[in-house]
Design a protein around this ligand. Structure first.
Ligand code: TYM
Length: 348
């Protein structure tokens, strides 16, 4: 069975960008593959976090996985810091990743420009991400377009280490939807920037937990382009094209059909209908989220998920450590881990 891994940072309230670009695919892939969906709390720490907020955001992100339709019986849901193999493998990745490669990462350059203090963790972030993915011998990684470069680096590190130490890792494939299918949802205030949960301007994103009136207000105040025509044209009409993509994905109606339906309407009607479509999309998610807020519910799901994830992660980690020449702690483990340095033949 195919293996799928993806992660989401608990660095704010998840947005419809996260849902349309990633979470929506999790809910489908869980029936086709052995899926691991991770709340990557350690990645969130690469920029300053308020500890209490991080704590709540971590639990809420996991609740939103389930509220959006990820079934904990079908997929493994867990928190990154609960499985220490991620940080251990991350160091081994860092020692096989080049300074020049990390320096070229556009997300690092963007984030570094936004913060006064740039931590070492922000710089080595992609090595931890590679560890997340490679620990699980992942075939496919469903993410938004903004993660493509990190995925390419992950593949390069995997191939490099396989060449150097023998076949240790599967080389994962990105699973990225085209722009019209939600691969890159843009900010409501600036269509040149992606919608982001860590933006300082809440009007730029729709959070999955925004109440209906807030959704209506944000869509009403979304920027539009000159002219009145409702037409998909990312070059000439980037703001409206983004709204058309959101509308189409929220309702399942094609962009062509929406253009036809709004041929004689102005932006006002279009935006009012779009707001109702988004409110309807979010209503069942918000309802399930409330049910999951009972104390202990999400904590139990995460405890079980961490146990399952740890078993898979431990196998890969032991094999990598042995292949790189690290001496196992217990003499008894020496012989068994030495025998396991050869990866199963299914790994390419
Ligand atoms: P993060 O937390 O920023 O976003 C989570 C997922 O949502 C996607 N996404 C979007 N998709 C479309 N339009 C948008 N505006 C938009 N904004 C976000 C992201 O592409 C992502 O799929 N580095 C990752 C987290 C991570 C990870 C991993 C992902 C850590 N380890 C291993 C996959 C595999 C990140 O910051 O995602």
């Amino acid at each position: 069975m195919k293996r799928v891994f993806s992660g989401v940072q608990p660095s704010g309230s998840l947005t419809i960008g996260n849902y349309l670009g990633a979470l929506r695919h999790f809910t489908r892939l869980q029936y086709e593959a052995d899926c691991y969906f991770c709340v990557v709390d350690l990645h969130a720490l690469t920029v300053p976090q308020d500890p209490e907020e991080l704590y709540q955001n971590t639990l809420n992100t996991a609740r939103l996985f389930v509220a959006c339709g990820v079934d904990p019986k079908q997929a493994t849901i867990f928190v990154q810091s609960h499985v220490p193999a991620h940080t251990t493998l991350s160091w081994l990745m860092e020692c096989n990743t080049y300074y020049g490669e990390l320096r070229r990462m556009t997300q690092f350059k963007d984030k570094a420009a936004k913060h006064d203090v740039v931590t070492a963790g922000l710089f080595t972030y992609p090595a931890l991400m590679a560890a997340d993915i490679l620990l699980y011998q992942t075939d496919e990684v469903p993410v938004g377009e903004d993660q493509r470069q990190h995925l390419e680096l992950t593949r390069d590190i995997a191939m490099r280490m396989n060449n150097r130490f023998g076949p240790l890792f599967k080389v994962p494939e990105p699973y990225i939807a085209p722009k019209t299918a939600g691969g890159r949802i843009m900010s409501l205030q600036n269509p040149a920037e992606k919608m982001s949960k860590s933006s300082d301007d809440p009007r730029s994103y729709i959070a999955l937990l925004d109440p209906p009136d807030v959704v209506r207000k944000k869509i009403r105040s979304a920027v539009t382009d000159s002219g009145r025509e409702i037409r998909y044209d990312p070059e000439e009409k980037p703001a409206l094209s983004n709204l058309l993509v959101i509308y189409s994905l929220a309702t399942g109606e094609s962009i062509d059909s929406l253009e036809e339906r709004y041929r004689n309407s102005g932006y006002g009607q279009f935006k009012a209908d779009l707001a109702e479509a988004v409110v309807e999309l979010l209503a069942p998610i918000q309802e399930r989220f409330r049910e999951l807020s009972e104390p202990g519910v999400i904590e139990n799901i995460l405890a079980e998920g961490a146990d399952r994830a740890e078993r898979v992660a431990a196998e890969t980690l032991a094999r990598v450590q042995a292949a790189m020449g690290l001496v196992p702690r217990h003499a008894a483990a020496v012989s068994s881990s030495r025998q396991e340095t050869r990866a199963p033949s299914s790994i390419t």
